[in-house]
Design a protein around this ligand. Structure first.
Ligand SMILES: [Zn+2]
Length: 315
């Protein structure tokens, strides 16, 4: 039986297919264009960020086109965006590092810190000096001193000062196991809270002796950044009040942390001159946590300067 040419309309409908729309390229051309545009998009991803940023900033009057991601789930490029913020330990509302010797700030601020107290005679005298000048300080107290004068911690808090953790027994932490270190700091923490009702937010290691991984541990487990110092007048060697004062005054710089000990009478004797000179120089005294909140991010590295165009005119 021959081909049923010219047979019924049902057969005819099967043979006639709708014509492809004439508005776009033919299928084989469309797939070629698809490949080309995908390849172009991939190449675009690999151009240096400076070029890409320039291309992405439309000039006035230009239309900015935002393209969907190439692949579902592929994040948009992050060129030019800030790095992810530092982890924020519990209790902190600002990014915090695991250690500070000073902070980066353009403001003329310093934090003065008094270690190893409270002392029954020197500390109240110091608190009077601070109050007379409306200066706020930070006290790194030792648990074994707190137990003799817990009322002084309540006074410190009432007068706007800050209290930090300087351990119970003032032993060197760098020789301790992680468990012993945490137990020592937790015991001191509890003593401070019991004495004044306010939890310490930072710690200072006795003698400055601390290991890098211990700093990370304390921040993670206790929320304590480790507070070192930028100025150490070696007041515990008792060089005399005027020497202590001049070392502090000459060492002060914006964002600095000053280290002294309210355990020693000559140190407290050096404070009126230290305070009055620094105030006259325009310094503002802040607590350690206030200082941390003023820490400014590292400036972005200077972009490489393009080689200057030189015109060699042959002369
Ligand atoms: Zn100490």
């Amino acid at each position: 039986m021959g081909h049923p040419t010219g047979s019924g309309p049902a057969t005819l409908r099967l043979e006639i297919r709708p014509a492809p729309p004439e508005t776009g390229p033919r299928p084989e051309m469309r797939s070629l264009l698809c490949c080309l545009s995908a390849a172009f998009a991939l190449v675009s991803c690999q151009v240096p960020s400076s070029v890409s940023r320039r291309a992405a900033s439309p000039l006035p009057g230009e239309i900015k086109v935002s393209l969907p991601p190439l692949v579902a789930g592929l994040e948009a490029p992050t060129w030019g965006q800030a790095p992810p913020p530092a982890p924020q330990p519990e209790g902190w509302t600002v990014p915090v590092r695991d250690t500070y010797t000073q902070v980066r700030t353009s403001r003329k601020v310093v934090a003065i810190t008094f270690d190893d107290g409270p002392h029954g005679e020197n500390t109240p005298r110091l608190l009077d000096m601070l109050k007379a000048r409306n200066i706020k300080a930070t006290f790194y107290v030792v648990g074994n001193m707190v137990k003799y004068n817990p009322h002084l911690l309540a006074r410190m808090i009432a007068e706007g000062h800050e209290i930090g953790n300087h351990t119970v027994k003032h032993n060197m932490l760098d020789r301790m196991s992680d468990e012993a270190l945490l137990a020592e700091l937790r015991a001191a923490h509890d003593q401070i809270v019991e004495a004044c009702g306010v939890a310490p937010r930072t710690m200072r290691p006795p003698g400055g002796a601390i290991k890098k991984d211990q700093k990370a541990l304390m921040l993670r487990e206790l929320g304590y950044p480790t507070i070192m110092w930028s100025v150490d007048p070696l007041d515990w060697k008792r060089p005399g009040p005027s020497v202590v004062a001049s070392r502090l005054i000459n060492g002060a710089a914006p964002g600095g942390i000053l280290l002294v000990h309210d355990l020693h009478k000559p140190t407290v004797d050096a404070m009126p001159e230290t305070f009055d000179r620094l105030l006259a120089m325009g310094y503002e005294f802040v607590t350690v946590t206030e200082l941390i909140a003023l820490d400014e991010p590292e400036p972005e590295p200077e972009p490489k300067k393009e080689e200057a165009e030189t015109v060699d005119d042959g002369q």
